[in-house]
Design a protein around this ligand. Sequence first.
Ligand code: NAP
Length: 243
Amino acid sequence: MRILILGGIGEAVRLTQRLAPVHTVTYSVAGKGRALDLPCPTRMGGFGGAAGLAAFLSENGIELLIDATHPYAAQISRNAAQAAQATSIPLWACRRPAWRPQPGDDWRGVADWAGIVAALRDFRRPFFTMGLEPLRHAAEIPLEQHWLVRCLAAEPLATPRLTLLCAAGPFALEQELVLLRESRVDVLVAKNSGGDAVAAKLAAARQLHVPVVMLERPTLPKAEREFAEIERLAVAITNYQSF
Ligand code: NAP
């Protein structure tokens, strides 16, 4: 089967490694990132919206489109749904289940950046683990706050009230506890990404009674079939009757 996998996260890479030996797979990422050792062609960069993706699907004879992107990558998921509809190519999705608060957690849900700013008003040392967005607001850091921002990679910033930490997960609980304590973090800001790789920060926050400002997930379009785990998706492809 000719499959296009929209990726950009670890599960998508693992799914590709699993499917590529058996199917004709193309793995697609938004831009240049870490070099990937994949047994199939990798396509880098956008398609040019839903219409561009639809054209790619048709021109390359794709028979199954798999959305295995991050739960906050809403635009590409919308494009995938539109392109699948326009071309009548089936769309399957891997949707990571969201984390749920556990006893002892103090989570405060917010919808957007303005909600984050409002929720942080009473705190002094927020720890942001939500990608690059805080860096775009570095000039707006309130005088009484110091920000710790952890992201995959970023240009260094000459802002004395911001500490930038470029690091890729997974992160161990002990590591997160040390970071929160040594940086005197009084609130954690996170996306509800789900999965295990970066979940230890939540356990650390619980243990240290640090509240969590949680950016709510965007609403994603429905796919024809949705799977919480790549293993189930891979098995379903094997059992796919039409092929
Ligand atoms: P987004 O806002 O949903 O997408 C923006 C644009 O980037 C899309 O319209 C598309 O461009 C292009 N794009 C995104 N994913 C692509 C893919 N897999 N293959 C080809 N083009 C893609 O996405 P985002 O939030 O910026 O995330 C970008 C990528 O990083 C995603 O692949 C996602 O899986 C990964 N990622 C995102 C997060 C996050 O928190 N958002 C975290 C970890 C990893 P065109 O319209 O030109 O096709």
